[in-house]
Write a protein that binds this ligand. Structure first.
Ligand code: ATR
Length: 254
């Protein structure tokens, strides 16, 4: 996706994976400081990378997680493009969120970025998570409503926007983060899982006639925003979508 965007923009460069086990994170960042224009950071380093950076964007600091680093004259600056990437995906799909009631399932790093982004946009946000303490911590940090088990059903049915940020549905496409039949009465359903492209939760929502959105737009838009931070150039997002779809198609076949 990034290489296709570089090529389409007529820029030189390459984008590749640098597998980095946790004990090597510090050494890897020295290498990046020396040799790279920028990197994306992914699981499990999005939070643990913070102390090694020279500067953080206000969003990355508030979210407490970084997914993009720009290397500017050997200084490492951390950003979070997951948050605005999620919003761009909703905008593109025409799903409204301003002053709407959003219910987030999950309380990990992705939930944190999405909650921050939606709150900045004026949504009213509630959080439900399997582990109550984690949801409590997120709600306290960002000033959100906590949903406990007995209140989950009412919260789901009445929300305008349901967002699955848990990994349920990723390994086992037949699993869903909610019991069968429990869906918003009228709201849109977003699942940030992009592989499979249609999760069980989305299938059930579509059957019920609700608008749905998968995880591909967030993946592409966070990448497009990172590209712009690294190069100063707006990438061709259609090219990135095509490359991402082709890459995922290949991943599914192997
Ligand atoms: P990420 O940074 O991608 O959000 P994470 O921090 O590992 O990843 O968070 C994963 C989320 O999926 C958590 O909210 C987790 O719930 P717990 O806090 O209870 O662990 C949720 N999750 C993972 N497996 C789950 C399952 N089988 N049922 C319900 N929630 C699950």
């Amino acid at each position: 996706m990034q290489e296709a965007a570089l090529k389409a923009a007529g820029l030189e460069g390459s984008y590749r994976a640098l597998e980095t086990p946790p004990p090597f994170l510090r050494a890897r960042l020295q290498e990046i400081r020396r040799d790279y224009s920028g990197v994306n950071i992914t699981i499990p380093h999005k939070e643990s990378v913070l102390p090694y950076l020279d500067e953080l964007s206000p969003e990355a600091r508030a979210i407490g997680a970084v997914n993009t680093i720009v290397c500017d004259q050997h200084r490492l600056i951390g950003y979070n493009t997951d948050a605005p990437g999620f919003i761009s995906g909703l905008d593109e799909a025409g799903i409204s969120y301003r002053h709407k009631k959003a219910l987030i399932l999950g309380a990990g790093g992705a939930a944190r970025a999405i909650a921050y982004a939606l709150k900045e946009e004026g949504a009213h946000i509630a959080v439900y998570n399997r582990t109550l303490e984690r949801a409590q911590a997120l709600c306290e940090a960002l000033g959100l409503h906590l949903v406990t088990e007995p209140l989950l059903e009412a919260a789901v049915r009445s929300c305008d926007l349901l967002i699955n940020t848990t990994s349920v549905g990723l390994q086992d496409p037949q699993s869903s983060p909610l019991p069968e039949g429990l869906l918003p009465c009228e709201g849109a359903v977003v699942d940030i899982i992009y592989n499979p492209s249609l999760t069980r939760l989305m299938q059930e929502a579509q059957k019920a006639g609700l608008p749905t959105l998968g995880g591909l737009p967030m993946l592409v838009w966070q990448g497009a925003l990172a590209f712009e931070l690294w190069t100063g150039v707006k990438p061709d997002v259609r090219v990135m979508y095509e490359a991402a779809r082709a890459g995922l198609g290949e991943a599914l076949q192997t």
